[in-house]
Design a protein around this ligand. Structure first.
Ligand code: ADP
Length: 216
């Protein structure tokens, strides 16, 4: 069963993913997290990806498709895919892979939030650099690097993400609108089960809504 999380940066995909994985026992595949690990380990891909990510641009498809398709090689029974596909050609590559594996997309959860709220959320967000758990800052200027007590991993360190600065956030929202949002129509035309989720409420409200569409 493949569930896809689609939505602009700051929509809360990572937050909801954590809840879905805990409640419904999915394998979580996040291209953003995978790329951040590559950057952290200064691998060849990490060095290439870093400049694109920091600017808020997409990492070129050739790298992404290779990275994700490798991971989907031994497709598990229940996958929650976050951050992929991010443009039509990635959506086509995913379709190809799923068809090869005789698998389908069970549901695309399309999370909607207005730009003002996205910018507000991203300008006051820090994340654990190891487990990616989000933390709310009191103000956009507060830059804290402290031990993370909220996370199951007590050794986490929380930090503002390099791409959560105003310029990169603006770019990520534009890239989402131009390159990623057209996937909604693409899936609708293919009769893929795509549901619109109002992602402005509390984490628990949104999770309640999402849970209705995850058939177990
Ligand atoms: P967000 O949804 O908050 O922007 P992610 O953690 O999903 O954050 O992604 C962070 C960055 O990683 C993106 O801005 C982009 O540079 C890169 N990235 C992640 N997934 C992809 C993808 N499927 N294709 C290209 N670039 C990607």
């Amino acid at each position: 069963m493949n569930v896809i999380l689609l939505g602009p940066p700051g929509a809360g995909k990572g937050t909801q993913a954590r809840k879905i994985v805990d409640e419904f026992d999915f394998d979580y595949i996040s291209t953003g997290d995978m790329l951040r690990k590559e950057v952290e380990s200064a691998s060849r891909l990490g060095k290439i990806a870093k400049s694109y990510m920091n600017k808020g641009d997409l990492v070129p498809d050739s790298y992404i498709v290779e990275m994700i398709v490798d991971n989907l090689g031994e497709l598990n029974a229940r996958n929650l895919i976050d951050g992929f596909p991010r443009n039509i050609s990635q959506a086509e590559a995913l379709n190809e892979k799923l068809t090869e594996n005789q698998q389908k997309i069970a549901v695309v959860l399309h999370m909607n939030v207005d730009d003002e709220e996205l910018i507000n959320r991203l300008s006051t967000r820090a994340v654990c650099i190891l487990c990616q758990a989000p933390f709310k800052l009191k103000s956009p200027d507060e830059n804290l690097i402290v031990k993370c007590n909220n996370s199951p991993n007590k050794d986490c360190i929380i930090k503002v993400r390099d791409d959560d600065n105003p310029k990169s956030v603006a770019r990520r929202i534009t890239v989402y609108k131009n390159e990623t949002f057209p996937i909604v129509k693409y899936y609708k035309d293919l009769n893929v089960n795509l549901v619109d989720i109002d992602a402005r409420g509390t984490e628990d409200e949104i999770f309640q809504e999402i849970s209705k569409f995850i058939v177990v």
